[in-house]
Design a protein around this ligand. Sequence first.
Ligand code: SF4
Length: 553
Amino acid sequence: MSTTSKRLDAGNRLRSADALAVIFGDQLIPPRDHPALRAIKKERDVVLMMEVDAEQQEGPSHKQRTALFLAAMRHYALDLIDLGYSVRYVRLDHPSNTQSFAGEVDRAVAALTPRRIAAMHPGDWRVFEEIQRWERSIVEVKEVVVIEDPYFFTTPDAFAAWAKGRKSLTMEYFYREQRRATGYLLDQNGDPLGGAWNHDKQNRLAFKDHPRPPGPPLFRIDCTTREVIDLVSERFTDAPGKLDASSFTWPVTTEQGEQVLDRFVEECLERFGPHEDAMWTEQPFLYHSMLSSSLNLHFLDPKRCCEKAIEAYERGRAPINSVEGFVRQILGWREYIRGVYWYEGAGYRDRNFLRSDGKLPGLYWDGQTDMRCLRECVSSVIDHAYAHHIPRLMVLANYAMIAGVSPRAIGDWFYGMFVDSVDWVTTPNTIGMGMHADGVRSADGSVESWPVVGTKPYAGGANYINKMSNYCAHCRYDHKSRRAETDLDRPPCPFNVFFWDFLIRHEDVFSKNHRMGMMMKNVAKMPSDERVAITVTAKSYREKFGVSNREDN
Ligand code: SF4
């Protein structure tokens, strides 16, 4: 057994504690700021951390995602031990591990007999329900304290208060309130710096021949991370994604997260804004920050990230459109999405507003397809467990939505395949923003409530992909065509065919959405022979690409 494992296992011999602080794998806030650690006494209490297989059973998890969680947890636990905390750490491969949070909490309570458990508000409903079980069912424990997460700007209650009574939950209004609350990027009169709340108009450039981005940071892999990489490679041989020590680029500690932040501010931020929506062959990171995994595992403070970017603007090192775009991702979108997740309730993950039931095509697992955009984007996910927000939204989710894939099927894929994935962030981004599935329909198909995150679907054909990338220029499909009979040597782009077929299939619902009025007029005006051609081509594409929707039978 390695020295690291021996140090981690030592806490399993502890025999008493007045209180237990439970820290989950996505709650690695530095000890000085961690609310659960503040709620216990270092000298007489115990910290419980658990690696369990049950997390893998939620669906396939990319090897790099699993390795990152475990490596970050182990580094954190070793730091706590160095700081003098008593840590009961349950390794994934420890013979006594019951492989579930419930089993391990019960075992810890039986061994240590604490009267009190302290935990930070968790990142998903499933764990929240587990915490409620401690209160209900563990008789030895007299008190369970759940403390608010300080590494967000807002709380679920504050979001609920903002949302209550509103007709629609528009991110932009929420974001402006957060700007006012923090004072970020405001002038002395409280008006937005640069004369606008949002500078997206300047942020739509393609990449083309701009200076080469610096590429992902490479950290020295220490023995703790190496041990985890070996463990994941041996234990999860069938899990998706590549993993090896030479290409594992993700920060696993606060110190490394800070290095990535510094590098982003110094080397990427200036160009981040203008090119934030661009996609380019073999450039999956471009000028993006690569901070989302550190933020979502909580070892990096979102306030610090925003304030470092704002400081760069004040020093004249980055333009307002870059800095505002970055601040909006964290202060606006990230907070908003978390608010929606808790506000909408535990059943959100299973919503299916458009009643899509197609299968997830095999290409999402191996990248084997002649559609260049999907091949590039899926390959990036397989190689790095990463793609930035535009490939996620406008290629990977868009394709699934317009082809008619079940939201739960693509939602589970997103949940497992990205290094920064935690339920509160992935589910609303996929089910809500990506799939337009978070509305409710009654049994007769009428709309009970319209989707929450998007007032219209983020659906598109090849036009947008061609504008923002170099994919279409090297693809066998014709990005200008949607008709099968136009040129059989260069068949019509599946995105175009599926896009128009999507509008035709959902014409009854979309024609009631005033934001889609113009588009639906074009559908209504479409000659019937063209409608039929699109429907027939879409059916054959669904069969060819393995979506095989039941609607086609
Ligand atoms: Fe993707 Fe269509 Fe462009 Fe090919 S032509 S890269 S399938 S959008």
